[in-house]
Design a protein around this ligand. Structure first.
Ligand code: AMP
Length: 173
C-alpha cells in the first residue's frame, strides 16, 4: 500500500451520478514519479511469472496496462466496450445498478493456455472484472491474476472474483 499514491487520489463526490464517490486517478498520472510507482508495483508482482499477455479494461485500465506490458516485455490486449473492436469478438454482459453493460475481446487475442494478467484501475462490485475473466477464458487464455490500483473494500468485488488471485495496491474502506 503506497501512502504517496493513496494521498494523490482525488475524491470527486456525485460523479458521474449522485451518491457515487469517484476516485480520480489523474493526479497520479500527471506526476511521472507517481505514475511510475504505480506501474512498477504491478511489474514487480508479475516479473518472472511467464506471462504471455496483459489484458486491460476500457478505458483507464489501458493507461496502466500498456505501460506494464511494455515493462514485462509481453503483449497487450484491450478489452473494450462492445462495438469498438473491429475484428470478430467474444462478448460478455454483466448487470449494473440499472441495466447492463457488455465488453468484448478479439477472438484471436490469446494463444491457447497463454497466461494472462487482467488489469484495471479500480475494483468496485467486480462485475466488470468477472466479465473480463470470462472473456479471457473463452478466448483460450488462463487468468493468473486480476490486479487493480484501487479496491473499494466496502463492496463485494473480491467475492465475485473468488478462485482468482486478486491484488489491489490501494484499499479504500
Ligand atoms: P465494477 O464492475 O463495479 O467493479 O466497476 C469497475 C469499473 O467501474 C472500473 O473500470 C472503474 O474504472 C469504474 N468505477 C466504478 N466505481 C468507480 C469509482 N467510485 N471511481 C472510479 N471509477 C469507478
Amino acid at each position: 500500500m503506497s501512502a504517496r499514491l493513496s494521498a494523490a487520489i482525488r475524491d470527486v463526490p456525485d460523479f458521474p451520478k449522485p451518491g457515487i464517490m469517484f476516485k480520480d486517478i489523474t493526479p497520479i498520472l500527471g506526476q511521472p514519479e507517481l505514475f511510475r510507482e504505480a506501474v512498477e508495483i504491478f511489474v514487480a508482482r508479475h516479473q518472472g511469472q511467464g506471462l504471455g499477455k496483459v489484458a486491460a479494461i476500457d478505458a483507464r485500465g489501458f493507461i496502466f496496462g500498456g505501460a506494464v506490458a511494455q515493462r514485462l516485455d509481453v503483449g497487450f490486449v484491450p478489452i473494450r466496450k462492445k462495438g469498438k473492436l473491429p475484428f470478430q469478438t467474444y462478448d460478455e454482459s454483466y448487470d449494473l445498478e440499472y441495466g447492463s453493460n457488455t465488453i468484448s475481446v478479439h477472438v484471436d487475442a490469446f494463444t491457447p493456455g497463454e497466461k494472462v494478467l487482467i488489469l484495471d484501475d479500480l475494483l468496485a462490485t467486480g462485475g466488470t472484472a468477472a466479465a473480463a475473466a470470462r472473456l479471457v477464458e473463452r478466448a483460450g487464455g488462463v487468468v493468473v491474476g486480476l490486479d487493480f490500483l484501487i479496491e473499494l473494500t466496502f463492496l463485494p468485488g473480491r467475492q465475485k472474483l473468488a478462485g482468482y488471485p486478486v491484488f489491489a495496491a490501494i484499499a479504500v474502506a
